[in-house]
Design a protein around this ligand. Structure first.
Ligand SMILES: *Cc1c(COP(=O)(O)O)cnc(C)c1O
Length: 441
């Protein structure tokens, strides 16, 4: 359920007509709804009632600081996977004591930033990482609170690109190696072993893999405690799926997910850490785009819009489905026809939907791609030298630009001609004076 609805024939985000946003900010533009973010967070938090659960929003789903702040104001912590996300979470006002740092490739600088900030926990994904973290902690004269990410080797039954809990994935350590790796970590004076972490994948539409993984974690807690480790936290990751509008079976509710948690790991006396990303922000966002041309092909009709795969990568990256609706409500008896909705980029993959039934649309009309709040703007690029997409947050009757459109002038200003091509004002050549290219001058 979200707060994008027709009212007086025009699609609104809460009380603001999306065409009013488009008129002021231009298109394409992401629009987020505060009320929807709040609703998703409070529903999820209520489902965890009675559990000792800390909800750490996985900010990689949507790293806009206004989105993070909305959730932080409700009590959310953050799960971050880079030094940049750590900074975003801190600048959005998430207390360091509610931040978890995950990721397979943390650099010493990122570790130092996390330890200096005083994050709640660092989720270590390999033995080499453990060694580097111990060194960084020693140099800062602190003990690093860690969980080790365990790969429970369950099949999440989701898209291959977003399944992360199989033994062949790059994430975490094999669960069969846990005994030995924990023994090493436990013996390190600069490391404080506090818990276990797992995250088996994203957009799971079935609770069974969660149940299987959480059972394995339960066994592991018992085993590691028997080994003498003081396991206090259990990080269950994120991954609960959301409805995009094309699924055959209903998506499990947060309440049903919470029941799986209760029945598997609810009685271990661990502080549970939950890392929902998509679930909190997916339905709270939409991508608003304008029709540029309607092109009648030999066999198909193409609706060419001003958003492209650089603005919303999910359809081409994951074959993801986004519901696409017009900003102007069609009469209930309006005829529809099957069209392909495509962007202007020179790639066949730049397609948002094929064979979609749409009422008649014309150049200049607005279309809305729904459920684009997660893994949308964060994956945007400037491919084809296109401006970086703008983002807007709505609250009731108010809206604000929360990420500027980055114009082509700014993109050009960061590029420079090297000296040997005739340096332009302000450009910098990083070529060493006697470097391999010096002869080319
Ligand atoms: C991506 C990720 C999440 C969030 O996944 P969602 O499917 O968006 O809920 C949580 N934890 C970790 C470690 C992740 O990498």
């Amino acid at each position: 359920m979200d707060h994008f609805q027709y009212s007086n024939g025009r699609l609104h985000a809460e009380d603001v007509a999306v065409e009013d946003i488009a008129a002021v900010v231009g298109t394409p533009v992401y629009v987020y709804s505060t009320a929807t973010l709040e609703r998703h967070y409070t529903t999820f938090a209520a489902a965890m009632d009675g559990l000792d659960a800390t909800i750490c929003y996985a900010v990689k789903a949507n790293t806009n600081i206004a989105v993070i702040r909305t959730l932080a104001d409700l009590g959310a912590g953050a799960d971050v996977v880079s030094g940049g996300e750590l900074r975003a979470a801190l600048s959005a006002g998430v207390p360091a004591g509610r931040i978890v740092f995950s990721g397979v490739g943390k650099t010493p600088d990122e570790m130092a930033a996390a330890l200096t900030a005083g994050v709640m926990q660092i989720n270590v994904e390999s033995e080499p990482e453990l060694d580097v973290l111990a060194n960084v902690a020693r140099s800062l004269n602190v003990r690093a609170p860690i969980a080790i990410r365990i790969n429970p080797d369950v099949d999440a039954h989701t898209h291959a690109k977003i399944t992360t809990g199989r033994s062949e994935n790059k994430f975490g350590i094999e669960w069969t190696a846990a005994h030995q790796v924990y023994a090493r970590a436990g013996a390190m004076p600069d490391i404080d072993v506090v818990g276990i972490a797992a995250h088996i994948g994203s957009q799971l539409t079935d609770l069974e893999p969660f149940g299987e993984a959480f059972h394995r974690l339960r066994d592991l807690v018992a085993m590691l405690r028997a080994d003498g480790h003081n396991i206090r936290t259990l990080d269950l990751g994120g991954g609960l799926g959301i409805p995009y509008g094309n699924e055959e079976a209903p998506i499990p509710s947060p309440a049903a997910y919470a029941d799986v948690i209760r029945s598997t790991v609810g009685d271990l006396g661990c502080r549970l850490i939950l890392e929902p990303g998509r679930l909190l922000v997916g339905n709270a966002g939409a991508l608003v785009t304008r029709v540029v041309y309607v092109k009648e092909g030999a066999t198909r009709t193409f609706v060419i819009v001003d958003a492209a795969m650089n603005d919303l990568l999910r359809p081409t990256l994951y074959s993801a489905y986004h519901e696409i609706v017009p900003a102007k409500e069609a009469p209930a008896d309006a005829e529809t026809r099957q069209v392909d909705i495509v962007g202007p980029i020179c790639e066949t993959g730049d397609t948002f939907g094929t064979g979609r039934p749409l009422p008649p649309v014309a150049a200049g009309d607005l279309l809305i791609m729904r459920t684009a709040g997660a893994y949308g703007a964060v994956m945007a690029s400037t491919y084809n030298m296109r401006p970086l997409v703008a983002e807007v947050l709505v609250k009731g009757e108010a809206f604000a630009v929360v990420a500027d459109r980055i114009p082509v002038e700014t993109l050009l200003a960061r590029q420079h001609l090297p000296k040997w091509q005739g340096e332009t004002a302000g450009s910098v050549s990083t070529e060493p004076a006697n470097g391999p290219l010096a002869k080319a001058k």
